[in-house]
Design a protein around this ligand. Sequence first.
Ligand SMILES: Nc1ncnc2c1ncn2[C@@H]1O[C@H](COP(=O)(O)OP(=O)(O)OP(=O)(O)O)[C@@H](O)[C@H]1O
Length: 346
Amino acid sequence: MEPKGQSLISTQSLSIGYNNARQGIKVLHSNINVKLGAGEFACLLGPNGSGKSTLLQTLCGFNPALGGEVFIDGRLIDTISNREMSFLSSVVLTERIAVSNMTVLDLVSLGRTPYTGFFGRLKSSDHQLVVESIKAVGLEGFEDRLVTNMSDGERQKAMIAKALVQETPLIMLDEPTAFLDLPSRIEIMHLLRKLAHERNKGILLSTHDLDLALQMADKVWLLAEGRDMETGTPEDLVLTNEFRHFFEREGILFDNDTGQFTIEKQKVKTIRIVGTGVEYKWVSRALARRGFAASDEPFSGFQVEIKSDGQRQYLLTGPSGKTHKLRTIEDLLAQLDHEEATFLTD
Ligand SMILES: Nc1ncnc2c1ncn2[C@@H]1O[C@H](COP(=O)(O)OP(=O)(O)OP(=O)(O)O)[C@@H](O)[C@H]1O
C-alpha cells in the first residue's frame, strides 16, 4: 500500500487535446498542474465538452499529451509500459462493454488479467480476491448473474469490483454515475469515497453530479473552456467564488450559501414568512420558485404564517389585508397567484 498522501498523479504544465490529420492540433487546455495523492477522492467537474474525458484519457496514457508532463506514481508516463501501467492504474470508462454471456464472476475476474495473462487461470488466491471484491461493492449473491441482466447501478458496481481486483493504487473513472438514479448515484459515490479512504487508493472520477461532489470529494478539479484549471477542497472553491465563476451562465446563479444553482429572478418580490424548521425551509423554496424572497420586514405586502402544530396550515395575508387559510403549498401558491393577479396588476 502507498503511504498516505503519496503522489499518484502529478502534472506539470500539461496541455491536453488532439492532433489529427483532419483538424490539425486542437488544444483544449494548457498549463494544467494537478496532484492526486493516495487516500484521496477527487471529482473532476466541468460543463459538457470542457475536456474531462480528454484529461482522464491523457492521465491514463490513452491519449498523448500535447505538451508538458504527466507523472504516475512519481514516474514520467511515457516511460511506463502498458503492462506496468496495468499494475498502477485501473480505468472504468462509460462505454458499455460487450459482456454477453458473461457472469459477474467472469467480468470481475478479468481484472486479474495483468497477473494471470489473458488465458491464464485464476489461482485460489485470485479467486478469493474476486469474491472479496464482489462483496466489497455489495454484490454478494450476484456472482452467477449475467451482466446483461443487471441494472445500470449493479453493472457499475461490478465494474468497480473489476477495478478493485486489479489491485492498483490508482483508479480513474469516467462518469461512473451517468445513467443512474439518485439513490444509486449516492451509493456509488459513497462506495468510491470509502474505498479511497479505507484502502488508501487515489480515486479520480469525472462527474456532472455537482451536489454529490460538493458533499463527498476531498478535492474538486474544475475544468471549463477558456479558464485555467482550478483545484481545491469544495469549501475553498465555494468561498473563493470559483464554483460561481465556473458554472454561471446567463440567468443561472450558483448560491454560495446553499451550494445549489438557482434561476436568477428578474424582479425580486418579498414576502414575510413566519415559521420555523423544515416547514419554513420548504415553504421558502416554493415561494422562491415564484420569485419571492423571504423578508424580515414586519409586513411587506404578503405574509405567510406556518402553523405546524396539529394539522398543517398556511395563513396567507395579501395586500387586501384578508387572511386565507390553506392546507397545502399547492393551494398557497394558487392563492398567491390569484392575489398577485388581482392586486398587483401594475
Ligand atoms: N478524437 C477527437 N478528436 C478531436 N476532438 C475531439 C476528440 N474527442 C473529443 N473531442 C472534442 O474535445 C472536446 C472535449 O471533449 P470531452 O469528451 O473531453 O469533453 P467532456 O468534458 O468529457 O464532455 P461531456 O461532459 O459531454 O462528456 C469536445 O469539443 C470534443 O468534441
